[in-house]
Write a protein that binds this ligand. Structure first.
Ligand code: TNX
Length: 674
C-alpha cells in the first residue's frame, strides 16, 4: 500500500499549490484558482465563436442570452457554432462536473475554465450553464476589450433561495423596468422574484373572472388629488414570466390576504365589510379593511388563485398574511358565529384557518403557499408552507423551530425602501439608513442554529410607497442587492467586506452598462455640506418612531418622524442669531390603526400651529416660538425667520411643530444659521 501511494504524493509535491485568483465577480465564486499557464491572458473578443453541442437546447438558450448581452451591453459579437471548433472558443459542456470538492455540485453549480482553449462552461443542468455564463459575462464586463486572466472557477450557491420582492401595488413599474431588474438579478445569480401584485392601494393583475379587480381596484386618487393606477395584462405577465425563466428566475406572485385588501374590496365590497371614505384611499399604512370568511369570498379568492396558477408556473405562490387588523372580524356577528362553528379560539386563530384554506387549496394543485411571519402569531402557518420572515431574527427562529422552511426578509436591513445614505441628495424612502455594508454584515446562518427547520435563503424587499419611478426602483435595489446576492450565494467562510468592497468599482461599471443610476450615497459618495446649513437628514428625529424621508415640492426630501414632528440639530454655534427654518406642510396620509393614538402632539400656545425652538433638549429653555400661519399648505418649503433672543455658546437645538392635529404634517427641510 505505501509503495503505491508514492507516485501520487510525488505528483502532489511537484504541482504548485493552487493560487487563489481575485475575480471581479459578485457574488464571489466558491473557488477560483489562477492558471499561470497563459501569461498574456485569453483574448475573447468579437469573432470568438460560442459553441454548443447539437441538440442541446438548454445550452443553446444560455448561449443566446450570452450572445445577446455581449452584443447589446459589451459591444462584442460572438458568432454561434454547433459544429466542433478547434481553436479559441466559448464552449458549453452539458454534463456532470468532475469536482474535487467533497460536496458534488447541484443543478445550479458549474465549472468555468478560462485557459488556452478559451472559456469552457461545464454544468450538469441549465441553471449551472447559465450561472457559468453569468460569471463569464461579469469577467468580460470588468475589463472590456482586454484579455481575461486564465482561471479555473468551481462554483455553486450556498442557499437555494436568493430573492428580491418588488411591490408593484403601491407604485407600479413599466414592464421594461421589471425586465431590467430581472436582467440585473440574473447577473447576480438571484433565482426568485416575489411579485407583490395586490395591496390596499392597487390591484395590478388582470383577472378575467373578476374584471372589477382592475377596472376599479387598479385606480385610486393619490394624495396629490390625481388619479393614479394601471395593471399588468395577462399577456404582459406571461412575457415577464418567460423573460425571467430564461434567466433562471422563478416569479413568485403575491396576492395579499386577508389584510392589505382594500383595492379588492373597493372592487367587490361583498367580499368584506364597510369600506373606507374616499379620502382615505390616498393613504399609506395599515388599513382596517379585511376580507370576510364567507364561503363565497373564499371561493372567489380561490378562483383568483386558479388564474394565478395558470399564469405563474413556479411552485411557490405567496398569499400575504402580514399586518391584518382583526377589528372588522371582531365587530361582525357573522364572523363571530363562524369562529364558534369552526371551534376556533379567536380572530387570530381564524386568520390561521384562513391561511390554511388557501395553502391546502394550493397544495391540492401541486403548489406551495408562502406567507409572511405574522402568521406565526396566528398559530397558523399551514404545514409545508414557506415562511417569509420580516420579523427576523426572532420570527425566523420561531418558524425554524416549528419545522418550517424560512426565507430571511428582515426589516429594516433587507428592506430596500429605506434610504441608503444620510445625505440630503438621497431620494425619498423610509428613514433608517441601510447601506450595502449593513446588509453585508448580516449572518443569515445565525438564525439557523439548532433548529429542525430549514433556512432556504434570503430576500430583499423593494416596497414602493415612496418609489415613484422606474429609475428610482432600480436605484433603491442596486448596489444593495449585490451585497444581498453575496449573502445568498457565497459560503460564509469566503465572505469578507474588504474583498467585496474591492469588487464594488466593477459593480458600479456593470450597473452603468445596464443603465442603472445609483443614488449618490449608495457607493459612499457624500455631497459637500453648505456652510451654516443643517438639512433635516443631518438632524436626529426626537423619538425616531416612523421616520420617513418624504418628498416635498422643494429640491430635497425632508426627514420627518410622522409620529412626532420634532428634530434635534447637531451642536451649533449661537451668538444671538436669527436662524432661518425652511418648513413645509405635507399631506398626513397614513393609516396607523391603534398607533394613531400614540402620535405625539405638542400643543401650541395660540390658536394656530407654531414652530418652537428650545436649547439643548426638547425640555430645555425655550428660545423662540413663532406662528406658522403664513406657511402655505402646498408642500413648498417656506423660509421662516426665527430670532433666538440672547442665546450664545454652542448648543444643540430642539425644533418642533406645535399643533393640535396630525394634519398637516409639518416637515423641516433645513435650518440655516447666519
Ligand atoms: C410593512 S413588511 C409592510 C408593507 C410596507 C412596508 C414598508 C410587510 C410584510 N408589510 O406593507 O410596504 O412595511 O412600509
Amino acid at each position: 500500500m505505501p509503495a503505491k501511494r508514492w507516485p501520487a504524493l510525488a505528483a502532489v509535491a511537484l504541482i504548485a499549490a493552487p493560487v487563489r485568483a481575485e475575480v471581479p465577480v459578485i457574488p464571489l465564486p466558491q473557488t477560483a484558482e489562477a492558471d499561470a499557464g497563459v501569461p498574456g491572458g485569453i483574448a475573447l473578443g468579437s469573432g470568438t465563436p460560442i459553441m454548443v453541442q447539437a441538440d442541446d437546447t438548454d445550452a443553446a438558450g444560455v448561449a443566446d442570452w450570452l450572445g445577446d448581452i455581449a452584443h447589446q451591453r459589451l459591444g462584442l459579437h460572438f458568432p454561434r457554432k454547433v459544429q466542433q471548433v478547434q481553436g479559441l472558443a466559448i464552449r458549453f459542456v452539458h454534463k456532470p462536473v468532475d469536482s474535487t470538492d467533497a460536496k458534488p455540485l447541484g443543478g445550479e453549480g458549474y465549472r468555468l475554465d478560462i485557459d488556452a482553449r478559451g472559456a469552457t462552461i461545464t454544468a450538469p443542468a441549465r441553471a449551472g450553464l447559465f450561472y457559468g455564463a453569468v460569471t463569464l459575462a461579469q469577467l468580460l464586463a470588468a475589463t472590456p476589450g482586454q484579455p481575461l486572466a486564465a482561471v479555473h472557477i468551481t462554483d455553486a450557491p450556498h442557499y437555494a433561495w436568493r430573492g428580491l420582492m418588488l411591490d408593484s401595488a403601491r407604485h407600479m413599474q413599466s414592464v421594461p423596468a421589471i425586465e431590467r431588474l430581472i436582467d440585473l438579478m440574473a447577473l447576480h445569480k438571484f433565482n426568485r422574484l416575489q411579485w407583490h401584485l395586490t395591496d390596499d392601494q392597487g390591484w395590478r393583475l388582470q383577472i378575467p373572472a373578476f374584471p372589477r379587480l382592475t377596472s376599479v381596484g387598479a385606480w385610486r386618487v393619490g394624495p396629490d388629488g390625481k388619479r393614479y393606477g394601471g395593471f399588468y395584462t395577462q399577456a404582459q405577465v406571461r412575457h415577464v414570466v418567460a423573460y425571467a425563466a430564461a434567466r433562471g428566475i422563478t416569479i413568485v406572485p403575491e396576492i395579499e390576504m386577508p389584510g392589505h385588501a382594500l383595492a379588492a374590496l373597493r372592487a367587490y365590497p361583498e367580499w368584506g365589510f364597510a369600506g373606507v371614505p374616499a379620502s382615505a384611499q390616498a393613504d399609506w399604512g395599515v388599513f382596517p379593511s379585511i376580507f370576510g370568511v364567507e364561503p363565497v369570498t373564499l371561493k372567489a379568492l380561490q378562483t383568483v388563485l386558479d388564474e394565478v396558477m395558470a399564469l405563474f408556473p413556479g411552485r411557490e405562490i405567496a398569499t400575504g398574511g402580514d399586518e391584518a387588523l382583526h377589528d372588522q372580524w371582531r365587530a361582525s356577528p357573522a364572523v363571530q358565529a363562524r369562529i364558534k362553528a369552526l371551534g376556533l379560539r379567536d380572530e387570530t386563530a381564524l386568520q390561521g384557518w384562513f391561511a390554511g384554506q388557501m395553502a391546502r387549496y394550493l397544495a391540492a394543485h401541486g403548489r406551495q403557499a408562502i406567507g409572511w411571519d405574522d402568521l406565526l402569531a396566528a398559530g397558523g402557518i399551514p404545514e409545508g408552507a414557506v415562511v417569509l420572515s420580516w420579523h427576523s431574527p426572532q420570527g425566523a427562529t420561531t418558524a425554524l423551530k416549528a419545522g418550517h422552511d424560512v426565507v430571511l426578509a428582515t426589516d429594516p436591513v433587507f428592506y430596500f425602501d429605506h434610504r441608503q445614505a444620510p445625505g440630503r441628495d438621497e431620494p425619498p424612502g423610509r428613514g433608517t439608513v441601510i447601506t450595502p455594508a449593513d446588509i453585508y454584515a448580516v449572518d443569515p446562518g445565525s438564525v439557523d442554529a439548532a433548529t429542525s427547520g430549514h433556512l432556504l435563503g434570503v430576500q430583499g424587499q423593494i416596497w414602493t410607497e415612496y418609489v415613484r419611478s422606474d429609475a428610482q426602483m432600480l436605484a433603491m435595489a442596486w448596489p444593495r442587492a449585490a451585497a444581498l446576492a453575496e449573502l445568498g450565494w457565497t459560503t460564509p467562510a469566503r465572505r469578507d467586506w474588504t474583498g467585496f468592497s474591492a469588487r464594488l468599482p466593477a459593480e458600479a461599471q456593470l450597473l452603468a452598462r445596464w443603465q442603472v443610476q445609483p443614488t449618490p450615497g449608495a457607493f459612499g459618495v457624500t455631497t459637500a455640506a453648505v456652510a451654516g446649513e443643517v438639512p433635516s437628514q443631518a438632524m436626529q428625529t426626537c423619538s425616531n418612531r416612523i421616520a420617513l424621508n418624504l418628498p416635498t415640492a422643494g429640491e430635497h426630501p425632508a426627514l420627518v418622524d410622522i409620529m412626532d414632528r420634532c428634530w434635534v440639530t447637531p451642536p451649533v454655534a449661537l451668538d444671538a442669531p436669527t436662524i432661518t427654518v425652511r418648513i413645509a406642510t405635507l399631506p398626513f396620509n397614513y393609516q396607523l390603526a391603534a398607533d394613531a393614538k400614540t402620535i405625539t402632539l405638542r400643543p401650541p400656545v395660540g390658536n394656530g400651529d407654531e414652530l418652537v425652538v428650545r436649547q439643548d433638549t426638547c425640555d430645555g429653555p425655550e428660545l423662540a416660538r413663532v406662528p406658522l400661519d403664513a406657511v402655505p399648505h402646498d408642500a413648498v418649503p417656506t423660509a421662516v425667520s426665527v430670532p433666538l433672543g440672547a442665546a450664545t455658546g454652542t448648543h444643540k437645538l430642539c425644533l418642533f411643530a406645535a399643533s393640535r392635529s396630525p394634519a398637516p404634517l409639518w416637515a423641516i427641510e433645513t435650518v440655516t444659521l447666519p
